[in-house]
Design a protein around this ligand. Structure first.
Ligand code: COI
Length: 349
């Protein structure tokens, strides 16, 4: 692989104690181009703008997909990735759905390894510090013909991250008017357009004091699916419930890890449909103990309350919260502190 290191690092100007999510980028990026029916010219270059035609299909038809991953630094200075094989699999699953050529495993992993080695000083030690990694593919072909492209760019960029939400209460609103995904659509894929489509309803919800929306099924707006940037878990009495994966729900890697960690703790975790009426009645009866979100960016995020129609429902702040325990267990794996689930750790070399 061709590696061109940047002459001057930007790192001195970065306040690592005060990092807005996703606004500061590390010194390098990985780039690879698809043409002649294959992926070519893998390279690491200094992070910079790219040259692309205004008629590139991505701008017109949104043929683009992405992943979200995090790198952590262990106490003994290893760079650790969390289950990158799962990201790789999902990347190609998303690609396939959007008619994007799949990325060979060696290109994905050598790109990641070389980029993280080049930017290793951007990964700070200590729980809560990470480097958020954003692999993505865009259709770069100069054409506004509405069909899949023959040319693409696969890139990886990185942004140092602390928490997605800084010490604030998290309220989520049950969405009944708009839909995120329909049966047979692209909801299971990390298609860039999935996120753009939620900006408007989320903006409306933000004006009403919510951080994210809870998506419900597009037919009856009755079954709970997922939230804006995370999967959801509900603790009702002793049961920890999360919606089963289907083609309108993203198969979250943190979600499936939390299911396994919960099982290992002896918790009664179950993947089953949960309806808005069940949520409301369990809140009413006091059986709803906790809601939390899971995702790469948010990790495990306790939720303070939810909104339905014009009412707000506070989750009893006094009920003990297992999400705190789950988050600690997850972080111990991610930072290489514990031996359990060590098969999920991937050492950059
Ligand atoms: C992630 O958690 O990595 C995501 O993809 C959500 C992102 C849109 C912030």
């Amino acid at each position: 692989m061709n590696i061109t290191l940047s002459k001057k690092s930007k790192i001195k100007n970065v306040d690592f104690n005060n990092l807005p999510f996703g606004k500061i980028f590390s010194d390098h990026m990985f780039v690879c181009d698809y043409f002649n029916g294959k992926w070519n010219d893998e390279r690491i270059i200094p992070y910079s703008d790219i040259k692309i035609s205004p008629s590139a299909r991505v701008f017109h038809y949104g043929q683009a997909i992405f992943e979200g991953m995090k790198a952590f630094k262990s106490n003994d200075d290893n760079i650790l990735l969390f289950r990158p094989d799962e990201n790789f699999k999902r990347f190609n699953l998303s690609s396939k759905r959007l008619a994007i050529p799949e990325i060979p495993k060696n290109i994905f992993f050598s790109g990641l390894n070389e980029l993280l080695k080049a930017d290793q000083k951007w990964i700070k030690k200590g729980i809560g510090n990470s480097l958020y990694i954003r692999p993505f593919v865009i259709a770069s072909e100069e054409s506004i013909n509405a069909s899949e492209a023959d040319f693409y760019k696969f890139m990886i960029i990185c942004t140092p991250a602390k928490s997605y939400y800084e010490n604030q209460e998290i309220w989520v609103k049950i969405e009944e008017r708009y839909s995120r995904a329909a049966k047979g659509g692209v909801g299971f894929a990390k298609a860039s357009g999935n996120y753009a489509a939620q900006f408007y309803p989320t903006k409306v919800a933000k004006n009403e004091g919510f951080q994210q929306i809870i998506w419900t099924d597009s037919n009856y707006h009755d079954k709970i699916e997922e939230a804006g940037t995370m999967n959801l878990f509900f603790r009702i009495n002793k049961e920890l419930i999360t919606s089963p994966i289907n083609d309108s729900i993203l198969d979250g890697i943190t979600r499936k890890s939390i299911i396994d960690i919960s099982k290992s703790m002896g918790l009664d975790v179950i993947e089953r449909e949960i309806t808005v009426s069940e949520l409301l009645s369990s809140h009413e009866s006091g059986e709803l103990k906790e809601i939390f979100g899971t995702g790469t960016a948010v990790a495990v995020l306790p939720i303070n309350g939810f909104g339905y129609r014009d009412k707000k429902f506070l989750i009893n702040p006094k009920s003990n919260k297992i999400s705190i325990d789950l988050k600690n267990k997850l972080q111990n794996i991610q930072y290489g502190i514990t031996e359990s689930f060590s098969e999920w750790q991937y050492k950059v070399s």
